[in-house]
Design a binder for this molecule. Structure first.
Ligand SMILES: Cc1cc2nc3c(=O)[nH]c(=O)nc-3n(C[C@H](O)[C@H](O)[C@H](O)COP(=O)(O)O)c2cc1C
Ligand SMILES: CC(C)CC(=O)C(=O)O
Length: 407
């Protein structure tokens, strides 16, 4: 361990350590939110505006967090959100995360923009022997960005169906990339030896580096055509990711496309990026199996509600409908998980905490991150008088610090 690093006993410690482990390019990409990062900050702060209402004298000697997600039993409602390019944190990247998910029997969503292919990632998870002393199995879902080229999208769906992913999570909050200022300043790009592994063909390796090089070539040609000499400082810098999103991702995406995806696959569909009652109703009307309340970790539209604050209106809007509701954003502690479950979320997903674990030491670090927050949840449940997830109710949480009787 480096001199200023901590022996990690919380997600906050893992984050602290990652700041001195990761290269600036990767650290900034992982930690940033869009623009002023108001929503990024609020995602965590909103949890601390909620207060817990524990019950006592309930025999909490045994606590179970087992649950089901779209019909599959997993050990816990704590899951892994899709984060792109995990090999920036550790060379084993997505494989390390998949193995840690397998050991913990938790659900992992793989990003479309992983630096390990969908097949190699799930194979790494499947190679981990299953712990038969408890029920449940690891579960892998695939996050889908819908490409302009629908043939590319469909081909990817077929691949992940064959590989064994059990749901498609369509991200709907990224018609364009949010403006993350640090990435713009760093002119973020993926190192040349890493690829967007799901989009590699024999003839062309899609790397951020090649995309950026092409773009800079274009800019140089434009400057020269305008009478400037080459070597002039680039005035309009851009992150290569933003350019990649513009070139590949379909900003015309709409509800008909969600219906189209549903029509070409038997896999259940989860819509990721819902923040309002209006859209939750539309998602339920179209028949999706899951809604992930998410603001993309504060990386897209800055100034939107913290997800824990948006969760209640989404839940109210689809009450009684056949759709599971999950949330992500700012979940860092067991008590955060308990608050989200008390409000009614079926599960929570962790984004950056997994990356901090990966940066700490690959698979072991992800296992540690998952274990720390899992143990915190179990303790919080016991201290709140809950032995199983169905014991957790909306009465276990309230807004603000006034006793409920005086609100
Ligand atoms: C570095 C990074 C990369 C991400 N990549 C993706 C992605 O490829 N697809 C996606 O749907 N969401 C992506 N997200 C958003 C996460 O899935 C998730 O919504 C968010 O990280 C949750 O917030 P948290 O980081 O506070 O836990 C990314 C987030 C981060 C921090
Ligand atoms: C490649 C990016 C669009 C992945 C992403 O969703 C993110 O960086 O937030």
């Amino acid at each position: 361990m480096r001199p200023n690093q901590l022996v990690p006993i919380s997600i906050a410690d893992l984050e602290h350590n990652a700041y001195s482990t990761l290269a600036l390019n990767a650290l900034d990409y992982y930690r940033s939110g869009a623009n002023d990062m108001q929503t990024l900050k609020d995602n965590q702060e909103a949890f601390s505006r909620l207060r817990l209402r524990p019950r006592i004298l309930r025999d909490v000697s045994k606590v179970s967090t087992e649950t089901t997600l779209l019909g599959h039993t997993v050990s816990s409602p704590i899951c892994i959100a899709p984060t792109a390019m995990q090999r920036l944190a550790n060379d084993e990247g997505e494989k390390a995360t998949a193995r840690a998910a397998a050991k913990a029997k938790k659900c992992m969503i793989l990003s479309s923009w992983s630096t390990t292919s969908a097949e190699d990632t799930i194979e790494a998870g499947k190679a981990v022997p299953v712990d038969t002393t408890s029920t449940g199995l690891p579960l892998y879902w695939f996050q889908l960005y819908v490409y302009k080229d629908r043939a590319v999208t469909e081909q990817l769906i077929r691949r992940v169906e064959t590989a064994g992913y059990k749901a498609l999570v369509i991200t709907v909050d990224t018609p364009f990339l949010g403006r993350r200022l640090a990435d713009v300043r760093n002119v973020f790009k993926l190192p040349g030896h890493m690829t967007m592994a799901n989009f590699e063909t024999k003839d062309s390796k899609v790397t951020m580096a090649t995309i950026l090089d092409k773009k800079n070539e274009g800019e140089r040609a434009a400057r020269e055509a305008a009478g400037h000499t080459s070597g002039v400082k680039i005035v309009r810098q851009e992150s290569s990711l933003a350019a990649y999103v513009v070139s590949q991702i379909d900003p015309t995406l709409n509800w008909d496309d969600i219906a189209w995806v549903r029509s070409i696959t038997k896999l259940p569909v989860v819509v990721k990026g819902v923040l309002t009652a209006e859209d939750a109703k539309l998602a339920a009307d179209i028949g999706v199996e899951g809604i992930l309340v998410s603001n993309h970790g504060g990386r897209q539209l800055d100034g939107v509600l913290a997800t824990i604050d948006a969760l209640p209106e989404v839940l109210d809007a689809v009450k009684g409908r056949n759709v599971e509701v999950y949330m992500d954003g700012g979940v860092r502690k067991g008590t955060d998980v308990l608050k989200a479950l008390a409000l009614g979320a079926k599960a929570v997903f962790l984004g950056r905490p997994i990356l901090w674990g990966l940066a700490h030491n690959g698979e072991e670090g992800v296992t540690l991150a998952l274990d720390l927050i899992q143990k915190e949840l179990e303790l919080a449940m016991a201290l709140a008088g809950c032995c199983k997830l169905s014991d957790i109710t909306r009465d276990h949480v309230q807004h603000g610090t006034f006793p409920r009787s005086r609100l």
